[in-house]
Design a binder for this molecule. Structure first.
Ligand code: AMP
Length: 492
């Protein structure tokens, strides 16, 4: 039977904070890590985002906090500013009934403002390694009295090249401090870091599915690249989400997709790394306040986001690695709520999707996208475009035939014009020739039309708009398509 929070012997003010957040029982990582951390041990927690790892290290820190002291008592290093801000927020929520002062130090914000805040009492500092080190070098930060150092998402910090900065920060902390390291994976650099700076830490591993991720329904649709935006609008229509984060792989794709969704009347905003910190924070605030419903983001911008009410995460582009997949999916199903993670994948990405399912031990099933209003509208539009193309083609053919005819008839016309000089017998002959030419022209015209109709019929199923020179589903260029191989937009 799972432990209760009460069994940890937390102070009453902290218990009230936990109750306010409606945490009913500890998650597995909390259940295992909290007693060890309370004992003062160094701990390695191998757990992914969404497992409740933040509260796992923060609850013991808050429990031991001495609010009356002016010293910084805990330092948490994180890979990104978003995660830093989010952890600081979590401290405020969990420590609502404590008198705790927390400060997030991250790049992209005014250093002078941070400096003036540091002159006030700060109990807990959360920050990215670069900015924290910057303050240490300026002499504005001293960690001489911290009792706990947390390295959160250590693998990400190593991946982002923060090894040296992290080491320098650690060296600036007292040797008897407790070190807690959290990481989804344990690459060599993380192991070395742990070996160098931690004292025989127990290695807790939360395997496979996580408590919070279990609540996330995961599935995918196979969709052609050219149909993706239509498909996305369809999915949103079908799902009627509350708040949604849509992931695309590059900044340009995020921007383009946002524009397309806005054109479709959806309240979408783009979040990517190059936006100023101010703008990013402003966007996040608006999203939390549900001033818009669809946040279109790159991985780096969305790392660590914890927004209540995100019912759907959509991979408009599939990430390349399972870590990113897990991270993205973990943006929904927060705080024990239900969520859905939907991916739009190309037929070739089915293998990758299979690998994600295997590694995460999750069931990620393929589903069939039901035709929606926008798809129909898209199809209609493409049919109309093709129809217009065929009309134009026919016009061109007719003009060419007319030119040919004009050329053929030229000598006859000349002769008729000069009729005075023509013998009556010759006149009859000319009239006969004219008749013959007209008949030949009619035959040619009918033959050309029959060929055009046959071609059009080949590129479309009979009875569809394409039967009149209309649509198939293979493309949206407005030009006639090669015959469909039936593998276009997957509907099954
Ligand atoms: P994390 O893994 O720290 O990113 O946390 C994932 C989410 O789980 C956050 O939204 C937390 O607020 C939430 N959470 C943490 N601990 C619990 C718990 N014991 N019960 C329910 N939700 C929790």
């Amino acid at each position: 039977m799972a432990k209760s929070f009460a069994s940890f012997g937390f102070r009453p003010e902290l218990m009230r904070g936990i109750q306010d957040l409606y945490y009913k029982e500890p998650t597995p990582i909390q259940e295992e890590a909290i007693p060890l951390i309370l004992e003062g041990k160094d701990v390695i927690g191998q757990a992914q985002t969404g497992t409740g790892k933040t509260a796992a290290f923060m609850l013991p820190i808050l429990n031991g906090l001495l609010e009356g002291k002016r010293d910084i008592q805990a330092l948490i290093l994180t890979p990104t500013r978003e995660l830093s801000i989010q952890i600081a927020k979590e401290v405020e929520k969990l420590g609502k009934h404590l008198n705790v002062n927390v400060l997030s130090l991250h790049g992209g914000t005014d250093i002078d403002r941070q400096l003036s805040k540091l002159k006030e009492t700060v109990h807990i500092v959360v920050g990215t390694p670069g900015r924290v080190l910057d303050h240490m070098k300026r002499g504005s930060l001293h960690f001489g009295r911290i009792s706990t150092l947390v390295l959160d998402e250590a693998d990400k910090m190593m991946e982002m090249g923060f090894l040296e900065d992290v080491e320098q920060v650690i060296v600036g902390t007292p040797s008897q401090r407790q070190v807690l390291l959290f990481s989804a994976t344990m690459p060599d650099l993380v192991k070395k870091l742990a070996h160098r700076f931690m004292k025989q830490p127990p290695h807790l591993k939360i395997e496979g599915k996580q408590k919070t991720v279990e609540q996330i329904e995961q599935f995918y649709y196979v969709v052609n690249q050219s149909d993706k935006t239509d498909a996305l609008v369809d999915v949103l229509e079908q799902e009627q989400p509350y708040l949604t984060i849509v992931f695309a792989n590059t900044q340009v794709r995020v921007q383009q997709l946002t524009a397309r969704l806005q054109e479709n009347g959806l309240t979408a905003q783009a979040l990517y790394g190059d936006l100023s910190q101010n703008k990013r924070e402003q966007l996040m605030k608006q999203f939390r306040e549900i001033r818009f419903q669809y946040l279109i983001a790159t991985d780096i911008a969305a790392r660590g986001l914890d927004v209540e009410g995100v019912t759907h995460v959509i991979n408009y582009d599939l990430p390349n690695d399972v870590e990113s997949y897990i991270h993205r999916v973990g943006r929904t199903g927060r705080a024990g709520q239900k969520g859905k993670a939907i991916s739009l994948i190309s037929p070739r990405q089915k293998n990758l999707m299979g690998r994600f399912a295997k590694t995460t031990k999750a069931s990620i099933e393929e589903r069939i996208l039901q035709a929606g209003r926008h798809l129909d509208a898209g199809r209609r539009q493409r049919a109309e475009e093709r129809e217009a193309h065929f009309i134009e083609l026919r016009k061109q053919q007719q003009q060419e035939q007319k030119k040919e005819k004009d050329k053929e008839f030229a000598p006859v016309r000349e002769a008729i014009k000069k009729k005075a000089k023509v013998k009556p017998g010759y006149k009859k002959k000319l009239a006969r020739e004219l008749d013959e030419l007209q008949t030949k022209y009619e035959q040619n015209r009918r033959r050309a039309e029959a060929i055009a109709a046959r071609k059009a019929g080949k590129s479309a199923k009979p009875g569809t708009a394409a039967g009149k020179g209309g649509s198939n589903r293979a493309g949206n260029t407005g030009k006639p398509n090669r015959p469909s191989n039936g593998k276009g937009r997957s509907r099954g």
